[in-house]
Design a protein around this ligand. Structure first.
Ligand SMILES: [Zn+2]
Length: 440
């Protein structure tokens, strides 16, 4: 059914998805304890819709040519198996693969020293002074070759698949020169060819101001040199900016986002993470697709997001890992009618986790979201925030067969048992790309 690459250990770790070759054209998934379909209106879910998982108990699913052909009770699907290969879900939960709408997938090195300093109680400023912080990742990433970065990124991609995630948004932002930002985006393009995790690229040249330039000088580079190259090479679908005191202020952020919009990129933004800086309002003004973080966003910011239909992307993993207790106001956002999204913010500094189940746990325990709402926010709503709501995020006929089987009988267990992996197997376009028994 699959074969290994000629020399899988040459790069120091096991390959996973790329070792699988598509041979089957149809599959039948039978005997799911719960088939969590998330079927419903063809738009992001709001209000009470966030709780409607549309579960088929003892469910099944027929897959043809990588797409979902039909879903229903397992008995009925079984009658239509024909020549399809049967996947026995063994009374486990089957649900759409997680869609992680905010990650920093490609970088070099780690921030273990920062982590230990933080554990000793040192502040962000003390850590930066000691040579830590984002700048240390930028230096390591600049020094790395495309191949080095690709090898690391493949390892990260494997981690995501192991957690049941089948699509990730991935940002550049650790290069901060024209060539280094392009290098990161090209690595993502290459990664897409080599792994079965689906990747949506975002240009985040305005992640920080490099030490060698003033903020305004760098702004000019982002707008007049980076953006034209990124769009000419079609390297990104979205443009993002870190709008925060000490990074890019409202005016500078507006300039970057306006320039990106003009060249046809959709917009996302890191806003109101450390201070209530007016970033949510800016994203509403710009007609952005998402406003991300929002830990400090107030009621007016929430109202602005609602008026402009901007989707909030909440990142409780970074709040947790930074040892903060100020989580975003998820319940108020849901009550205001916002189509909330949950994501990991996977990055080496503030959120070193690829685990969406961990994010579900944090969303339930710390942000008081129900398990059902958290699952909607990390699947179908996340898919819409990546302009892919028509293709992924729910198990409905016509959509891609991107799904995960979890080793539990009730979907709530995913958020309840934290710290233990429950992924049994993961499928992308109908193909098994990760399985617990083979570990790849
Ligand atoms: Zn981020």
């Amino acid at each position: 059914m699959f074969r290994r690459l000629p020399n899988p250990s040459v790069l120091g770790f096991r390959f996973n998805a790329s070792t699988f070759h598509r041979t089957m054209t149809s599959r039948a998934v039978l005997h799911a304890s719960q088939l969590v379909t998330l079927s419903g209106p063809k738009r992001p879910r709001v209000g009470k819709e966030l709780s409607a998982l549309r579960i088929i108990r003892h469910g099944g699913m027929l897959i043809r040519d990588g797409k979902i052909d039909r879903v229903g009770p397992s008995d009925e699907i079984e009658k239509n198996v024909g020549d399809a290969e049967v996947v026995d879900a063994g009374r486990r939960v089957v649900m759409p693969g997680f869609v992680d709408a905010h990650t920093h997938l490609v970088f070099s090195g780690n921030r273990l020293d920062d982590f230990e300093r933080r554990a000793r109680g040192e502040t962000y400023e003390q850590i930066a002074k000691a040579g830590g912080g984002i700048w240390s990742t930028v230096e390591k990433t600049r020094a790395a070759s495309e191949l080095d970065l690709l090898v690391r990124a493949k390892q990260h991609a494997t981690w995501f698949l192991r957690c049941g995630t089948t699509t990730v948004e991935a940002k550049s932002g650790y290069g901060l020169t024209v060539e280094d930002e392009l290098k990161l985006l090209r690595v993502m393009r290459q990664l897409k060819e080599e792994v079965r995790l689906e990747i949506v690229p975002t240009f985040l040249g305005a992640h920080a101001v490099p030490r060698e330039l003033s903020p305004d000088e760098y702004l000019e580079v982002v707008i007049t040199e980076m953006l034209p190259r990124v769009t000419a090479e079609k390297l990104a679908e979205f443009c993002d900016v870190f709008c925060e005191r000490g990074y890019f202020n409202i005016d500078q952020s507006r300039k970057i986002l306006s320039a990106a919009k003009k060249v046809g990129l959709s917009l996302r933004g890191h806003v109101d993470q450390l201070t209530n800086f007016g970033g949510a309002k800016l994203m509403a003004e710009m007609g952005a697709t998402t406003a991300d973080h929002l830990e400090q966003t107030d009621e007016q910011g929430i109202v602005a997001l609602k008026k402009a239909n901007v989707q909030p992307v909440l990142l409780p993993g970074s709040v947790y890992a930074l040892g903060s207790s100020r989580y975003p106001r998820a319940r108020e956002m849901i009550e205001a009618g916002l189509a909330v999204v949950l994501a990991t913010d996977f990055n080496p500094g503030s959120s070193p986790t690829p685990s969406m189940p961990m994010v579900l746990s944090l969303a339930c325990a710390q942000m008081k979201m129900s398990p059902a709402k958290a699952i909607t926010a990390s699947t179908v709503n996340a898919a819409y925030s990546l302009n892919r709501g028509d293709k992924i995020g729910s198990l409905e006929p016509g959509k891609l067969a991107n799904f995960a089987i979890f080793d539990c009988e009730d979907y709530r267990e995913l958020a309840y048992w934290f710290g233990i992996p429950q992924t049994h197997s993961v499928y992308v376009r109908g193909d098994c790309v990760w399985n617990i028994s083979t570990g790849r």
